[in-house]
Every structure is written in C-alpha cells, then in structure tokens.
Design a protein around this ligand. Structure first.
Ligand code: FES
Length: 73
C-alpha cells in the first residue's frame, strides 16, 4: 500500500524506516527515506505507523528484559 502518494512511499518502506532506534519522529521517517512532506495528507497514517512501530519495539525490549530475569522457583 502506498502511504505517501507525493513521495511514492510504501507502507513497508515507512515501517522499515520507523523501526530504526533513532527514528523518534514522523519527520525522521521522511528524512530516512530521502523525502519531504508536501501535501501532508499522509501525516496521520505516518504517525500511526510510527506509534505502532514504537509500541512493537517497546514490547520486544520488554520481552527481552523479561527473558533475562532469573526463573522463579
Ligand atoms: S501524500 Fe505524503 S506528502 Fe502528500
């Protein structure tokens, strides 16, 4: 699915960019993909993608921490 028509950015590429640890803002997604916001119609979808990927990263980090805890007897 194309998320940003102006820059021809697919959802897959946007999610890959949003997955990066350093990517904490929507603007970072565009920069990582070498794009600029033009009409702005994609901003709400891009924000959803960013939040979903941040939640996914947080859940993975939490699971990794949980796996390192000693087992309870
Ligand atoms: S659809 Fe993304 S800037 Fe226009």
């Amino acid at each position: 699915m194309i998320v940003c028509v102006c820059n021809a950015l697919s959802e897959e590429r946007c999610r890959e960019a949003a997955c990066s640890e350093e990517c904490r803002t929507v603007g970072c997604i565009y920069r990582r993909l070498g794009a600029n916001v033009q009409c702005g119609r994609c901003l709400s979808t891009m924000t959803e993608i960013l939040y979903e990927e941040q939640d996914r990263r947080a859940a993975a980090a939490s699971a990794a921490r949980r796996d390192k805890l000693p087992a309870r007897a």
